[in-house]
Design a protein around this ligand. Structure first.
Ligand code: G3P
Ligand code: CA
Length: 276
């Protein structure tokens, strides 16, 4: 065999073998297209960097260029819609006891920032109305009705706040209402038939019948991230349901979900989803 042809063939074999793992690694990388198609949703605000459900965490989400932030809505004793995750005050404020046992004025006196860091001392428990007014049009808001069974009438109150601001239509900014309590989501659907809604679920199997039922009133099916596979995302899409799984707190999970083609990722660290 001609010496040059021999060297060429050996070279071809070497580069072929060496390049194979490289091209596989490349195929495995998260593509910019995946990031662009996926909403980056700061969980309770950018809660990896600032105290959850406070203005500091929502401002941080805006600063980090998240597409949306998530909030947890509950109700004070006197019917004000307040943003806090736990049904008790103990973990994230200097107060103690059930959220629903205190008036708005009493809740306003609490410090909701110091537990996270002294630099956040004095952060208050915000209201839903205050946050809608401050951030609408600047960033999307994913509103979770937290433990609504504890707060009879909370669906009506949330619906009023949205309707008063003309935020109950899909074309008006990006506002979604979701809950683990599916009856509550259905109630909001009856009150605001055009409102984009989400059904939250833990790491639990779902039947086609359930998906079809969810799709009759909701646009989003938002499960624990452990449920996500590419096949499951395709199955949800076949029911016309979009999916925004929760909660990402590490880079590997963000990459996995991006490659699975989810529509949004709920994360404490927006930079894991997109280092903008
Ligand atoms: O938005 C979904 C996620 O927030 C649900 O879990 O406990 O953080 O409210 P949790
Ligand atoms: Ca939540």
């Amino acid at each position: 065999m001609n010496r040059y042809i021999f060297i060429f063939l050996v070279g071809l074999m070497f580069f072929g073998v060496a390049a194979a793992p490289l091209s596989t690694a490349h195929a495995d990388e998260v593509k910019n297209k995946d990031r662009k198609q996926t909403l980056n949703i700061a969980h309770r605000g950018a809660s990896g960097y600032a105290p959850e459900n406070t203005i500091a965490a929502f401002d941080k989400a805006v600063e980090m260029k998240a597409d949306m932030f998530e909030v947890d809505v509950q109700m004070s004793k006197d019917g004000e819609l307040v943003l806090i995750h736990d049904t008790t005050l103990d973990r994230t404020t200097d107060g103690s006891g059930n959220v629903g046992d205190f008036t708005y004025e009493e809740l306003q006196k609490l410090d909701a920032g110091s537990w996270f860091g002294e630099e956040f001392a004095g952060e208050k428990i915000p209201t839903l109305g205050e946050v809608l007014d401050k951030y609408r049009g600047k960033i999307g808001i994913l509103i979770e009705l937290k433990s609504p069974a504890l707060y009879p009438g909370i669906e009506e109150k949330v619906a009023e706040e949205l309707k008063a601001r003309n935020l109950d239509k899909p074309e008006n900014d990006k506002i979604i209402v979701q809950s683990f309590n599916h009856e509550s989501v259905q109630k909001v659907h009856e009150l605001l038939p055009s409102m984009p809604l989400g059904v939250l679920l833990g790491n639990t199997e779902v039947t086609d019948e359930q998906l079809s039922e969810f799709a009759s009133y909701a646009e989003y099916f938002n499960p624990n991230k452990a449920m996500i596979t590419k096949e499951f995302v395709d199955r949800l899409h076949s029911f016309d349901l979009q999916t925004q799984p929760y909660t990402v707190r590490d880079q590997a999970s963000a990459d996995y979900l991006l490659k699975a083609g989810v529509d949004g990722i709920i994360t404490d660290f927006p930079d894991y989803v997109d280092p903008r």
